[in-house]
Structures are given as C-alpha cells and as structure tokens.
Design a protein around this ligand. Structure first.
Ligand SMILES: NC(=O)c1ccc[n+]([C@@H]2O[C@H](COP(=O)([O-])OP(=O)(O)OC[C@H]3O[C@@H](n4cnc5c(N)ncnc54)[C@H](OP(=O)(O)O)[C@@H]3O)[C@@H](O)[C@H]2O)c1
Length: 264
C-alpha cells in the first residue's frame, strides 16, 4: 500500500525554512492538509499566504515545549476527527566545534530539539496515526546518524539516537500489521543541504565551517523525502557522497576511523 498525499493530514515540524518548508509546499500542492510548526511565525504566515490553499495550519512555537506539542496534535485532530496520516519530525539544529571545548548546554539543547522532542511527539501521535491512512512517521536524520565525524559530536549523537529509536519503534509498530493498518517509520538521512541550517548553529565559532563533498538544495531533499514516504520505505540515505560515507563505514569502520582522524 502506498501513502497518498491527496486529502491526507500531515504534521511537519521545522516548516519555516529549508527541507521542512519545501516539503510543506510539495504536500500542499498534492492536496494534503498540513500542520506546519516553527518558532518564526512570520515565515509560516508567508507560506500560508503564498500557497493560498487554506489547507496550511500554523503552529508557532518550540517543539521542545510539551504544551506546543499538545497544540500541534490538537490542531491536526481538529481537521478530521482525530486522524493523522503523516508525522514528519524535521526540526533540527546543529553545532560545530570540539566536544571538549563546549559546555553541557550545547549537548542538552541539541538532544532536546533533535531527539527528545521528536521522540515525545511520536509517542503522543501514535494513537492518532493508528487511525490514519497508510500512516507514516518520517524522521529526518542525517548521514551523520550512521557515521559520526569529528567536531559535530553532539549532532551525531542526537541523530544516532533518533536512528536507533526509529528502528526500534518501527519493529514495535509492525506488530500492529494484523490490524491491517500498521504505522511505517521512514528514516531519511540527507547529507549536506544548502538550507539555513549552518546560519543557526548554536554554541559554535562564528567562522565555523562544515566540511562536505557536494550538497543538495532543500527542494531536492524534500522531493526525495516525499518519494520515500509515498513508497513507505524504512530507510533512505540521500546523495552519492552520503552513500559513500555510510557504506564505506559499514565495510570498514577502522579504515573510516583512521581517515577521519587524519582529516582532523
Ligand atoms: N542542512 C544540512 O546540511 C542537513 C543535513 C542532514 C540533515 N539535516 C537535517 O534536516 C532537518 C532540517 O534542516 P534544514 O537543513 O532544513 O535546516 P533549516 O533551514 O535551519 O531548518 C530547520 C527548521 O527547524 C526549525 N526549528 C529549529 N529548532 C526548532 C525548535 N526548537 N522548535 C521548532 N522548530 C525548530 C526551524 O524553524 P524556526 O527557527 O523558525 O523555529 C526551521 O524551520 C534537520 O533535522 C537537520 O538536522 C540537515
């Protein structure tokens, strides 16, 4: 069974820029009703006005706030009797710089946004998703949630945590399949994306730069994400460079350890 955007009800966190913003546009174009979440309300209002469908519902707030997460699900529940077809946990932040030079606040903030918030949103959304049509939870991870690199320790840790949680919950939810409507968990792992992500790094040197080979525009990541959702894939790793990093690491972790240590 495929996931179909037409007449679906979706929640997308991190809807004000980058991948989340582009994904909202795609979903709206294809007939979904979208609850979009971010702290920058003016960006969400622009998106609602520009798409002009009347099917975009803004929730302005911080995903780390339990009250905001409650508002998100209440807004989605109001659309059609408590049903939800898609939850996209996309909101995320990063930092660049050695772990030893940073403080506890940087680690905790990244884990709150990238791991604890999506984890609790999933837990709270599961009863609504169970009433959904071919329901999907799509977690936006990163290739750095498969292979960690230096100077992004907290970010890698948060994405590894999201990866592990996604794999475990996917297997748990598959037990519902005898009811004929099990929730799929789709883990999408982009590599470097030309979004505003690197403008909003926390606890990082202003001159901090991310090393990467090649990058994708957010529109392309959003299209690949929607394709993965529609075909209810378990996991996709995007970009050739991303696949090279992850598969080379699977073949020889010690070799990758030594390459990364030397590159540092
Ligand atoms: N860019 C990359 O190279 C890259 C690579 C791999 C994976 N990813 C992942 O892709 C996802 C999207 O990132 P992006 O590249 O599209 O970056 P982006 O343009 O910076 O977008 C991040 C989005 O998350 C929202 N957000 C951040 N903290 C939030 C919070 N506490 N509460 C609510 N919303 C919050 C931001 O909105 P507000 O600031 O308005 O709240 C924004 O809409 C992230 O999970 C990121 O880790 C990115």
């Amino acid at each position: 069974m495929r996931w179909k955007p037409k007449d679906s009800i979706a929640v997308v966190t991190g809807a004000s820029s980058g991948i989340g913003h582009c994904l909202c546009e795609l979903l709206l174009d294809r007939g979904a009703t979208v609850v979009g979440v971010a702290r920058r309300g003016e960006r969400l209002a622009d998106l609602a006005a520009r798409t002009g469908t009347g099917r975009f519902i803004s929730v302005v707030g911080d995903v780390t706030d339990a009250g905001v997460r409650e508002q998100i699900l209440a807004a989605a529940a109001d659309v059609d009797d408590g049903r939800l077809d898609l939850l996209v946990n996309n909101a995320g932040i990063g930092a660049i710089g050695p772990f030893a030079d940073a403080d506890e606040a940087r680690l905790r903030q990244i884990m709150e946004v990238n791991f604890f918030a999506p984890a609790e949103l999933m837990r709270d959304a599961i009863p609504m998703l169970r009433r959904g049509r071919a329901p999907v939870i799509c977690n936006i991870s990163s290739v750095l949630g498969h292979r960690a690199v230096p100077d992004k320790s907290e970010y890698c840790a948060s994405k590894f945590a999201l990866h592990g949680l996604s794999d475990s919950i996917r297997a748990e939810l598959a037990r519902d399949s005898h009811h004929g409507n099990s929730i799929q968990v789709t883990l999408v792992s982009p590599s470097t994306t030309r979004s505003e992500f690197f403008d909003s790094l926390i606890g990082s040197d202003a001159a901090a730069k991310s090393k990467s080979i090649g990058s994708w525009p957010p529109e392309k990541v959003a299209r690949a994400t929607l394709a993965a959702i529609e075909s209810r894939r378990s996991e996709v790793i995007l970009s050739l460079a991303g696949k090279a990093l992850v598969y080379a690491d699977r073949i020889s972790p010690p070799l990758m350890n030594s390459i990364l240590a030397r590159s540092n």
